[in-house]
Design a protein around this ligand. Structure first.
Ligand code: AMP
Length: 418
């Protein structure tokens, strides 16, 4: 009978195999440690949300317009897999009554996000983010704080060579006038722009600035810069954020083309890149202020600021540096029964586990073959068990580093192995 074709993982998603798990733990642990050091509390929200929530906050982004994983309708609700975390965290902040507690809420979340993006290095369809949000805080101090936290995380996990790009995109008060100037500038150039940018000119002119196509680049330099058009409040906020970063010794580059295409984003926007890289698929973390988001979701107007860091890309950087901790063997101790006595081998393993991680080689192989696997696994101790040993409730412990072998009673095993 012909064998059926094996079914592979879905396109654009990855397995994290045991050898790389320590790197993921390092990136996650670093995130949790730094977040806690800054006084942030962990929150977990579902990976499914109502489609409407996601659409309401992201309708004009690629992540929602083109890349959303919608689920088949079940019952009365239309659902989707979350493409990002902020919409859900803000929803949970109100639904869970965090808005009633002391303000602001400082929250972090680590988990998978889903986008039906074109798979390539650094861009996956299921990827993991470290998400940090300050909800209920309008002060510029919070903007600088989340930037410092993001940097603290990247440094903590060993990513030192970084570039921070920073901009302010104003707010509902000053942005409309700026958009008028921007449109005025681009209108006569329309026919020279890429077709997508021609559409942006009509629908979302701010996004002309983050066009990545070569054809549009020559026109950017002459475009008016939004930071020259900020209202007094936004200008003061922009100056305060930069002052705080200067005082913290955090270097940044003002990138006047760094924007967000949605109306609820206000003032600060920032992105971290590895030194020397600038491609969108290289960004390690990006964030900003979203004072209009709560209202866009239908809740009372509440300011917020935060960022999302990409764990996949951070793990790839740590792996490329090669200074990760050596991969540990799965167990410290391997019990090798020389024959078919699983009951006794299991009991010995149970005793050893009181002090060390222990596995049993149950396969009907020769003792020599079992010793070869023990060597390959890199275990610290092997506990040999012959039928005679088993009958006497004794065993031989071999220290794999020194080669020293001692015979002892089962009850003595914890002391010997500890
Ligand atoms: P965004 O939510 O698009 O602002 O992305 C925030 C961060 O998440 C980025 O800086 C990346 O590090 C990471 N990220 C976004 N999309 C992907 C993806 N498709 N695959 C892997 N990482 C991603």
């Amino acid at each position: 009978m012909p064998r059926a074709q094996p079914i592979k993982a879905a396109r654009g998603v990855r397995d994290i195999l045991p050898a790389t798990i320590p790197l993921w733990r390092q990136a996650e642990q670093g995130a949790a440690d730094v977040a806690r050091r800054f006084g942030y509390q962990e929150i977990a929200t579902p990976i499914i949300e109502q489609l409407e929530l996601i659409q309401r906050v992201g309708e004009d982004t690629d992540a929602v317009a083109k890349e959303l994983y919608r689920l088949d309708k079940r019952g009365s609700q239309e659902l989707a897999l979350r493409p990002e975390a902020t919409a859900g965290v803000v929803r949970a902040y109100f639904e869970g009554g965090l808005n009633q507690g002391p303000q602001p809420s400082r929250l972090y979340l680590i988990g998978p996000m889903f986008r039906h993006d074109k798979p390539q290095k650094g861009r996956y369809r299921q990827f993991f983010q470290f998400n940090v949000e300050v909800i209920g805080g309008a002060s510029s101090g919070f903007d600088a704080e989340v930037i410092e936290l993001a940097l603290g995380w990247l440094n903590e996990v060993g990513v030192q060579d970084l570039r921070l790009e920073l901009n302010s995109i104003g707010d509902g008060k000053c942005r409309p006038a700026y958009l008028g100037r921007l449109t005025e500038y681009y209108r006569p150039l329309k026919s020279s722009l890429h077709a997508d940018s021609q559409l942006r000119l009509e629908r979302n002119p701010l996004r002309l600035l983050d066009s990545k196509v070569a054809q549009d680049q020559p026109f950017k330099a002459g475009a008016p810069k939004i930071t020259d058009y900020l209202c007094d409040e936004c200008a003061a906020h922009w100056a305060a954020v930069r002052r705080l970063l200067d005082a913290a010794g955090i270097e940044y580059q003002h990138n006047p083309y760094l924007v967000r295409g949605l109306d609820y984003y206000t003032r600060t926007v920032f992105e971290f890149y590895p030194g020397g890289a600038s491609g969108q698929q290289d960004a390690l973390a990006s964030g900003g202020r979203y004072d209009g988001l709560a209202e866009a979701e239908g809740w009372p107007s509440t300011p917020g600021v935060g960022f999302a860091g990409g764990l996949d890309r951070v793990v790839e950087l740590i792996a490329a540096k090669g200074d990760q901790a050596a991969v540990k063997p799965a167990a410290d101790v391997l019990v090798l029964p020389d024959g078919d006595f699983a009951v006794e081998a299991a009991e010995v393993a149970r005793i050893c586990r009181s002090v060390r991680s222990t596995a049993v080689d149950y396969e009907p192989k020769s003792l020599a073959a079992k010793m070869r696997s023990a060597n390959k696994l890199g275990v610290k101790f092997v506990v040999l068990l012959t039928p005679e040993d088993a009958a006497r409730r004794s065993a031989r412990v071999r220290d794999m580093a020194s080669g020293e072998q001692t015979e002892l009673e089962w009850v003595e095993l914890p002391t010997r192995l500890a």
